[in-house]
Every structure is written in structure tokens, then in C-alpha cells.
Ligand binder design. Sequence first.
Ligand SMILES: Cc1cc2nc3c(=O)[nH]c(=O)nc-3n(C[C@H](O)[C@H](O)[C@H](O)COP(=O)(O)OP(=O)(O)OC[C@H]3O[C@@H](n4cnc5c(N)ncnc54)[C@H](O)[C@@H]3O)c2cc1C
Length: 507
Amino acid sequence: MKQGEENQSDVICIGGGLGSLVAAALLAKEGLRVIVLEKNKQIGGALQSFGFMKQRFETAVHYIGSLAPGQTLHQLYHYLGILDQLSLKKMDESCFDRLVIAGETYRMAQGYKAFIDELCLSFPDERQNLERFIDEIKYVCEHFPLYNMRLGDGGSKMKVSYDGLRQKLDEITNNEKLKQVLTATNMLYAGDYEDTPFYLYALITNSYIESSWKFGEGSARLAKALQEVIEHAGGGVLRNQEVVRIKEENGMIHFAETKTGEQFRAKHFISGIHPQYTYAMLESQMVRPVTRRRIEATPNTISSFMVNLVLMPETIPYTNQNLYYHEREDVWYDYKNPQSEFDPSSIAAFFYEDKMNPGYASAVSLLSVMDISHMGKWASTLRTTSYPQSRGEGYQEEKELLAGRMIDKMDSVIPGLKDSIRGMDCCSPLSYRDYLNTPDGSLYGFRKNVNDQANTTYATHTKIPNLFLTGQNINMHGILGVSITAILTAAELCGLENLVNKIRAAS
Ligand SMILES: Cc1cc2nc3c(=O)[nH]c(=O)nc-3n(C[C@H](O)[C@H](O)[C@H](O)COP(=O)(O)OP(=O)(O)OC[C@H]3O[C@@H](n4cnc5c(N)ncnc54)[C@H](O)[C@@H]3O)c2cc1C
């Protein structure tokens, strides 16, 4: 790309996370010249991987669903021509998520029948209810046509959007233990048992039951592959370009301005960052103050604390499964009991296989939800690879203390863990806040609330005809949710029927 060319594109995407990258790649394939502006040194947002003691770690994404041939993400990534670059590895079919709840173990298997059969080993009297559970989640998924890469009645999802998670599970079974098991991976949506919409739960759960995968060489591969699609079509992904101003004039966005004062002009603009920040930097009278206040006031999902452990060789066996540990029978305890002291009752563990010693883990990441207030003392600091300042006194020690509590608990379910640690690195809510620019380091952005749909879901278009939104805050989070939303955003410029037909025809 020649100097200055980046200022004359068809589309500018703000933020280089999955949402922007997929929307940009789809538009690039339609012949549009798209420039993506990313504030960080590394693109991908939550798709970043990083190295520590020669071990690759994921900053966020540890597993994805719906990637077997014919399934939704497979179709999309096949159409984009990137599947071969993702090094996908299927997780253990008989158990992709192992759940340990108050000392008892349960297994989640891939495939609807296997899922039911496996849980029936623990709940032999619940087969009918489990079958009904699967029917219910399939029914919900059918009402979201795009999640099956189909065109359909846009209003059909309204028929299934108003059931709450708890309410629906109460209708399906009276077995309280089974309800805890079915929601034991609640970290995947980090909501509230009462308010989380059942559709959100159903779409996520269904995607992993359909098929569960890991990125064998890191999730950053997905970002890189999408970048190549954009560049191949003459566009670009520019790093270290933090947008600080979006200027509307005469009813249209004229430019996005970066921290260095450079102005990027285009016919269309897509913002893939949190709407709170999009609207905060949008200079326009067209957005009513009440809209701005509403977006400011919408609650976000809680943040998280991740402990990344490099292990000594041949100490911890590797299983191609995730582990969700719940100390108590109540898997919702951490969401219901805001703590003054960080002492998580629930911890997820994600394992990395040692390439030199197959069958053993070279590393493990432990993840818990955590409110940013636990890091309040350092809240005013900023630290990323581009701004490598220290957070100051006591921060490192505090992280080690909190990590120690998680490790102590996990030693009982990963025997020998404590004695096998060779090195440790932690990501606190401040890391997520600073790298991803999400309010208070929120895991998934806006917290979806079945009782407040109007304020927690957003359209891909805005009042300004050439400004569009994408990313996890708009419809749904996660690799599947964000990729589907990106189709909707791209469709604002090139038509949904056109896109879906092309994606389907390619597979
Ligand atoms: C800890 C964690 C674990 C997760 N695990 C999984 C998982 O296992 N499976 C799964 O499917 N999903 C998982 N998710 C969710 C999934 O990663 C996200 O929903 C998805 O990646 C969000 O993509 P996005 O494009 O909406 O936002 P982001 O990835 O947040 O991207 C936004 C981008 O915009 C950039 N940006 C922000 N402000 C500006 C600005 N002013 N100028 C320029 N650039 C800017 C940011 O730097 C970032 O790169 C996880 C998320 C987290 C946080």
C-alpha cells in the first residue's frame, strides 16, 4: 500500500478484534477496500496469543464450537478460505468439558446422543428431561436462522427471546443437581442465573455440543488469516492506531482520527469496539443524549483473572478436555456473592499439550471471574505492550497472592499441580481493560438481560447512515456470536441474501 492510500478507502473499521476483522474480510471479498485501525501492537483483540518462558498462551479464547464440516463456522471460514491456516484440533469427543462440582465428576460429550448418554450415567432417571433439554436448545437455535447459515424471518428469534435461563431449566427438570451441571460452564456467558436469556445459553451450549475445537497453534492464527484476506484485496490492517475521535458532518461520518492526529476518511465506517467508547468519541448531534446515557448505564459482564502456569516436564498428564471446578454445589455462587476478598468458588482450567512429551501438559491456564475492584489500588495505571509502564508497587505481589489461592484450590483436582510449577504469569482485569478497551475489563461486554432486551442488544446500523457497529456487544459474544454478527454488519453494505448465498454455495 502506498503512503497516504490508507486515507481513501471504502470502509474504515475501528478496532482490530474478531468482529471488525470478519466484517472487513467479508467486505474485502466483495471488492471493497477496507482499512482496519487497531490500537495495539498485536491485532485480534481477544484472539491474541503471547509467549512466556517459551510457552504460547491464549489471552482469552481456549475453545470454539460449530467447526465440523457443514457447521456454521466451518462454512464461514471455508468461504473466507482460511480454514487450512487455523490448525484446528478436535477436543475429546467423549468429554470436552469435565465438570467437578462439590467433589463429584460429570462429563460433557460432543454430539447430542452422546451428551445425553454421558449425563444419564450420573442422572439415570433424567433421560426424558435431558432429551427435552436438547430439543429445547435445538428449537431455540432453529429460530436464529443465521446461526445455521440460513436466511429466514428476522423476527423468528423474537419467539424464543423472552425465556430466562433459570425459568427454562425449571420447566425442563426438577432435579436441582442436574440444573447445576447443565450450567456449570457459566463462565462462558458470565451472567446471572435469573437474568441470562435462555437463547444466549442455548446458542453457546449447542455450538460446543455440535463440536468442540482448539486452535492448535494459537487463536492469533485466526486474526492473521483474516488480515491476509483483507490485504489480498488491497486493504490493510494498521497497528498502533488508536482512534480517539469520530467526526460527523452533514449527517455522515467524515473521518476517524487517531491519537497521532491522522484522519482516516472513507465512505463507510464500522466500529468494532465497545459502543460506550464509540459513542464517547463520536462528535455528532444526531445521537440523542438519552441514547448516550442509556449506553453508559448498561451493565457489563464481570471481568476475570487468569493464571498462566508453565509446568515442569512430564509432571501433569494432558487430557484434551477443559476442567470446570466448582468448590460448592452452587455453581452460581461467585456471581451471587460479591466478595470483599477474592476467593473464587469456581475455576476453569485449560491445558496445553507438551509437544516434546505428548501425553503430558506443558502448561495450564486457570480462569476465574473477578471484579475489577479487587485491583482498585492500581486502577489509574495503564499497561500494554505499546505502553510498557509498571503498574507500581505491590501489584505483582498482589497478583501472586491471588494466583496462589486459585492454585491451592486446583491442587486437589489437578494432583501435584503446586509442585509442578516452573513459572507463572497472570492477567488481571486491568490487563483485559487496557488491552481490549472494555469497561472495567468486562469479559464479554454488555450483560444480556432477558428482562431488559432493549437496552442490552443493539442493531448493526446506527442513526448515522454510514456508521455501523459490530463485535461482541451487538448481538452475542464468543467466536461464533461475533462472527455471525460480523456477517450482519457486512450485510448492511452488500446484502444479507447475497452473503449467505455465497457462503452456503462455497461449502
Ligand atoms: C478471558 C476471555 C476468555 C474467552 N474465552 C472464549 C472462548 O474460549 N471461546 C469463545 O468463543 N470466546 C471466548 N471469549 C469471547 C471472545 O473472545 C470475544 O467475544 C470476541 O473475541 C470479541 O471480539 P470483538 O471483536 O467483539 O472484541 P475484541 O476482541 O475486544 O476486539 C476489540 C478490538 O478493538 C481494539 N480497540 C479498542 N478501542 C480501540 C480504539 N479506540 N482504536 C483502535 N482500536 C481499538 C482493541 O484493542 C481490540 O483489539 C473469551 C473472552 C475473554 C475476555
